[in-house]
Design a protein around this ligand. Structure first.
Ligand SMILES: Cc1cc2nc3c(=O)[nH]c(=O)nc-3n(C[C@H](O)[C@H](O)[C@H](O)COP(=O)(O)OP(=O)(O)OC[C@H]3O[C@@H](n4cnc5c(N)ncnc54)[C@H](O)[C@@H]3O)c2cc1C
Length: 356
């Protein structure tokens, strides 16, 4: 079967690889360069998503925890386990019992995945590990373990595996339109027909089908997330509970610097997202609220932003809580949403539906 996969982010790459593994002739079309969009602007975590437990998404967390181990086993040179501390301050953030219950459940769901379990650190132990953390009201910290990756290089590694499995990769090849009935795609050089077309264009997936006058039950809400890379180092990861918000920020050691993120700002257009000054100010102010080594713009080594494609439904509000949705329209398969960590399991599900 001849399949066109549209989108050279991690979800498109993994889908192309999976289809090639199942014997399909696969052409992957990327309008820009591989791994040039959302998939290289992540928080670099291979994680189950501790926060999803608050929303009761236990199945999703369990699946992501399994997938996290798969990535670490496949590419140990581009991934590593990372300990993350969640400090507890008196009278601030979630109550201690709730954090303990959440981390306990996270570890339980991770049973058998080969990761170390979290533990409680006393205030003095936390001060030893994170001496710059504000110690006023600090009661201690719960720790847990997750995976960290070099998202860009890990995605290119996966693309290499896909190419070895036979995927033909076409960079600089924007797909202008798709035709669900015929399986044709329109490129700048003309039309090509396939048995199946898989639209894995991430935040652009909705734009592609709208531009092709293809109806869909789903639409995407686009939410920008920005990060700062700061000079310096930190001994382990740390989660900050943003005061007066339910949001959290990650402060992570990353390739010799400190990675700080992220934000949530609605965005109309997915093209070339950049952090706004207000997001940079918000990130620095939150860091400075918790750490004594106050940071300014002079400490910023780099900034980057990505756009989350959040699945919303035109006719079913409950679908808005789903992490990803796969929709089949004749020869066309649309993929909406999906996390980096679970890109392989999503690809398996996409291949099942594509080959039906
Ligand atoms: C701020 C932020 C932090 C995140 N952190 C994490 C994290 O730590 N861990 C985690 O698991 N997940 C994380 N995620 C989620 C994860 O990064 C994304 O869900 C994932 O990268 C999406 O991959 P994708 O392949 O669907 O999209 P993309 O990476 O955006 O790829 C889509 C590709 O399609 C191409 N394209 C678009 N239109 C066309 C067209 N018409 N023709 C050809 N090509 C086209 C684009 O150029 C692009 O390369 C984060 C997301 C954000 C925004």
């Amino acid at each position: 079967m001849k399949v066109a996969v549209i989108g050279g982010g991690i979800n498109g790459i993994m889908t192309a690889w999976e289809l090639a593994r199942r014997g399909c002739g696969v052409d992957l079309f990327e309008k820009d360069r591989l791994m040039s969009a959302t998939s290289r602007a992540s928080t670099k975590m291979l994680h189950g998503g501790l926060r999803y437990l608050e929303h009761g998404h236990f199945g999703l967390v369990r699946e992501a925890l399994r997938e996290r181990s798969w990535w670490l086993a496949q590419a140990p040179e581009l991934t590593r386990p990372l300990e993350i501390l969640l400090p507890i301050h008196s009278g601030q953030g979630r109550p201690r019992w709730q954090v303990a219950a959440g981390i306990g459940l996270y570890d339980l769901l991770a049973t058998g995945t080969g990761f170390r379990k979290g533990r409680w650190y006393t205030g003095n132990e936390v001060r030893d590990r994170l001496p710059m953390l504000e110690s006023h009201g600090l009661r201690g910290a719960y720790s847990y373990w997750d995976g960290q990756m070099d998202d860009y290089r890990l995605g290119l590694w996966a693309a290499g595996q896909a190419a070895t499995a036979g995927v033909h990769i076409h960079e600089g090849s924007p797909v202008r339109q798709v035709e669900p009935e015929s399986g044709a795609i329109a490129l700048d050089g003309g039309r090509i027909s396939f048995d199946r077309v898989v639209n894995v264009a991430g935040p652009w997936a909705g734009e592609l089908i709208a531009g092709s006058a293809v109806a869909s039950r789903y639409r995407l809400d686009l939410v920008r997330g920005s990060h700062l890379l700061l000079k310096g180092s930190i001994a382990c990861g740390c989660i900050l509970q943003v005061p007066r918000e339910r949001r959290i920020l990650f402060v992570l050691p990353y390739q010799g610097d400190i990675l700080l993120g992220t934000t949530e700002v609605r965005q109309q257009n997915p093209d070339r997202p950049v952090p706004e000054q207000s997001e940079i100010d918000y990130l620095l102010a939150t860091y400075n609220r918790f750490f004594a080594d106050h940071r300014t713009a002079a400490d910023i080594v780099d900034t980057f932003a990505g756009v989350r494609p959040i699945v919303a439904s035109n006719d079913d509000i409950s679908a808005a809580s789903r992490d990803s949705v796969i929709e089949r329209r004749q020869r066309l398969v649309n993929v909406f949403g999906g996390k980096w960590t679970t890109s392989r399991s999503l690809a398996i599900a996409v291949a099942d539906i594509t080959l039906q």
